[in-house]
Design a protein. Sequence first.
Length: 136
Amino acid sequence: MSLTLRVLAPDQNVFDGSADEVILPSTTGQLGILPGHISLLTAIDIGVLRVRANGGWNSIALMGGFAEVDADEVTVLVNQAELGSTIDGSAAEADFQKATNVADGMEGQPASPEKVKAQQQLNMARARMQASKSAD
């Protein structure tokens, strides 16, 4: 028995296929989905979705959204997504270092829209870097 997984972004169908296991980055932590999972709807955080299929693991960087599990079908609707195998690892690592420097430079400053945006950029860069490394 397997799951049907669909990962949809506004501009593309990122993934549509079967999976043996899916690990989602929900806003409350990592959420593992196996065949026969109870129906659920959850918010997705910026992070890495992991898919086990054909004995191997694949990664997809997700930039927030929602996921629905119903009758062995997992549908993930996200703002943006990118397959780990298509991400340039060295560029993703450079982006992560740059975002880390910006976020560190705002440490100790009062809350502001710029500080929130810097933290969000750091989270996105981290997700892309982790997804690219998982694809290796």
